[in-house]
Design a binder for this molecule. Structure first.
Ligand SMILES: Nc1nc2c(ncn2[C@@H]2O[C@H](COP(=O)(O)OP(=O)(O)O)[C@@H](O)[C@H]2O)c(=O)[nH]1
Ligand SMILES: [Mg+2]
Length: 363
């Protein structure tokens, strides 16, 4: 299950967003959902394709993918030194897969601004500097330890020392470690150390009431936060407005959304952006009358997909019967797909496509 950590300066709107994401799901979803505590919520991934399959197949049970949101409070300047809730804050971030970094883009002077004025690019810099300083400290500690070990085992330590130096140079240039790309040994090292700036991050521009219908303006204002001349991964959401919309009846809500020019809910857009950014796709299984959605890395093989359902299924993998959700909906049933010869037989190396419905055969 994907875990998303919501970070940002105080009063950026993290808790408002968190409430929107979690309560929104409780409200609009047919599935049981849990708020684990005040700051952690598990939400079914919005999935229109799954809904269509559910209507069509009428399964006894339907299980969507889930996503975990964590409202990580307590970042202040000096957090890397343990100030404020510093250490707890950093510990929470280490556990998530992706950071949703909330930037205050709304003015509203009645809400105190920790840095005095609306300047999302500066605010982003403050948060990212704290994360980078925390990483630098970790990398330096690891370097010290390695150097000591190098005295007794120099040959073995050299390569790792070089990798750690590479991480340190990146941080000292003021660049997040995610900018180093995906060289495998480095990624493994960064994961092992729990480095924060190595985590994928997307921005949530929390826009004010006036800009709701024109999110592009806020996104243009933070375009400079991207790397290599490209805009950053970002979505613009008016957390407060959407929260207020949630208090309305669904029909009325839909009407207001159209009126305000909000095309999809914040939850839909944030989940969609996270899946796209992380390269995740979804496939579906129907087993013993139970319909279930699964998330998997794009590029995964049929055998890997089977393994994400059950390790035994990967071990004893024989073949997969595959159709797209669209084909299944068009045919009306798995049986009809069989009859029409539209159920493809695929081997272990078949590359799973987003939206595949898969029957695994295994021994
Ligand atoms: N006007 C306006 N106020 C907002 C918006 N988002 C959050 N707020 C308000 O800003 C204050 C701080 O929000 P909160 O979510 O608690 O911020 P956090 O400290 O980052 O968790 C609250 O009073 C919110 O109602 C917004 O988009 N517009
Ligand atoms: Mg809060």
């Amino acid at each position: 299950m994907l875990a998303v950590g919501i970070i940002g300066l105080p009063n950026a709107g993290k808790s408002t967003l968190f409430n929107l994401l979690t309560a929104g799901a409780a409200d609009v979803s047919a599935y049981p959902f849990t708020t684990i505590d005040r700051n952690v919520g598990m939400v079914p991934v919005p999935d229109p394709r799954l809904e269509r399959l559910r209507e069509l197949l009428g399964p006894q049970e339907t299980t969507p993918c889930r996503i975990r949101f964590v409202d990580i409070a307590g970042l202040v300047e000096g957090a890397h030194k343990g100030e404020g809730l510093g250490n707890r804050f950093l510990g929470e971030i280490r556990k998530v897969d992706v950071l949703a970094h909330v930037l205050r883009c709304f003015a509203q002077p009645e809400v105190a601004h920790v840095t005095g004025s609306v300047d999302p690019v500066r605010d982003a810099g403050i948060v990212e500097t704290e994360l980078a300083l925390a990483d630098l400290e970790l990398v330096e500690k690891a370097l010290d330890k390695r150097r000591k070990q190098a005295k007794s085992d120099p040959a073995h330590a050299a390569a790792e020392l070089e990798r750690l130096e590479k991480l340190r140079r990146c941080l000292e240039r003021g660049e997040p470690l995610r900018s180093l790309g995906l060289e495998e040994t480095i990624v493994r090292q960064m994961k092992a150390l729990g480095l924060l700036t190595a985590k994928p991050q997307l921005y949530v521009a929390n826009i004010g009431e006036e800009e709701v219908g024109d999110p592009d303006k806020a996104l243009a204002a933070i375009a400079g936060l991207g790397a290599a001349g490209r805009p950053p991964e970002a979505v613009a959401i008016s957390a407060k407005i959407e929260w207020e919309l949630l208090q309305l009846e669904p029909a009325e809500r839909a009407e207001f959304m159209v009126e305000l020019g909000i095309q999809a809910s914040g939850l839909d857009r944030l989940v969609e952006a996270s899946f796209r950014y992380l390269g995740l796709i979804r496939f579906y299984t129907v087993v013993h009358g139970k319909l279930r959605a699964w998330e998997i890395a794009d590029g995964s093989s049929a055998r890997q997909a089977a393994g994400s359902v059950h390790t035994d299924m990967a071990r004893g993998f024989v073949r997969a019967q595959v159709a797209s959700a669209e084909e299944l909906v068009a045919a009306g049933s798995m049986h009809e797909l069989h009859l029409r010869g539209r159920l493809r037989t695929e081997g272990r190396d078949y590359r799973v496509a987003d939206g595949d419905v898969i029957e695994f055969l295994f021994t």
